[in-house]
Ligand binder design. Sequence first.
Ligand SMILES: [Zn+2]
Length: 484
Amino acid sequence: MTIRLYNTLTKRTEPFVPLDGKAVRIYSCGPTVYNFAHLGNLRAFLFTDILQRVLRVVGGYNVRWVMNITDVDDKTILGSALCSQTWLPEMGGQTSDANANLRLFTDYYSKAFFDDLAAIGIQKSDFVAIPRATDYIAEMQDLIRRIFDAGFAYISEGSIYFNLNEWRKHAKYGRLFTIDAENFQQGVRIDADEYDRESVSDFVLWKARKDGEPYWDFDINGVSLPGRPGWHIECSAMGQSLLGLPFDIHTGGVDLRFPHHEDEIAQSMAGYGCETSNFWCHNEFLEVEGRKMSKRFGNFFTLRDLMNRGLEALDIRFAMMSAQYNSVLNFTFFGIESAAKARRRVQEFIYDLHEPPTAESNTVVNTEELQEQLYSALADNLHTPKALERLFAFMNENRPINIAASSRNALLGVFGKMNDIFAVWEIKPRPSREIPEKVKILAERRWQAKKERNFAEADALRAEITLAGYAMKDGKDSYTLENI
Ligand SMILES: [Zn+2]
């Protein structure tokens, strides 16, 4: 089935076809590992996870997914600095070597990041490569040299800058994001990794060494420039090294369109002489309780914060799929409760489909049509809410017990395909709840005590049964035991 995706580069929703006709090469801007991942970060990775799953399951493509780890930038350097308050004992003791400290600091948050990703259903093995920026310094230096030799970079006070004015004579700057002409500031240099569109000017490719900060040696045309890479050059070099240019899809949050992705396009075109990516796909922001997530509003949450409140990571994954990736998602505590209930409802339906059919099980389901409808919703720019709406409509119209034995396997196959994308259910029979012998004896004793109207004894035994994790429900002539 043809998958259609909104392409920020062309500002249109277009049919997707891999450039080499076979494998889909995806590059995702990964985390900057200086802190624990918050909900906004996770939405970006969940979006790409859904994208790559839809491409595999609905499109039938092989996917080569690369996500980088930004382990050198302004934030990670600040966090790993000597005497930094963000240094935790778990990271090990700081040394006098700033490069080693940076590695220890970012190792800690990389591990935490992958633990969080695993909790929401994304495994390291889903990627073909997870490059760390500091392992690709030589490739970044090679690209900077190419840009320099092509005449689009210059050296100033030990740093190297991209010459935007020169570049704009050759190509458009502002392909993903509209930039007003008056915002271009000639001859101004920006050293920060992030900047706003009010002052678009020469951005840094390589930053001069600062005392006490990590650095790498760099010799460019006989000039020694010890320092470290700017943030934007990292993704350009890693994407080219691991996937080749142009690759099929570049992903990231909308906030990365400018300057990060705009700079990536300019650098790769200036240095490698080709486009970066055929499609650029960006996920929208996430709000919490109707407002931009911010520590100031008290609505800033990491995944760990929410799990500490007793929420399940897979309910969070499912809740995020209630909105299409390119619309603003309002994450609320009420919404996550509804998502948890909806997720369990699907799970119960799957369990019930495994139960033996009865005399009433005679509804034959057109499973091919159902799958087609679900797939076409997902193929429509990853419209997860539309697919879920169809799934729930089907569940509202059908009770598992009524479904004919002949339709059940095919229907479980459809739920299995949905789970290959949503990844929040288990496609298997309801786990058996074997009641321990001890609990059965307690229940029998309590039933006798009740019959003998010895209510104090019966109540004491009920408390013991509850403590063991079971609920005893009395009927007229018998009782049942259930898991709590
Ligand atoms: Zn990036």
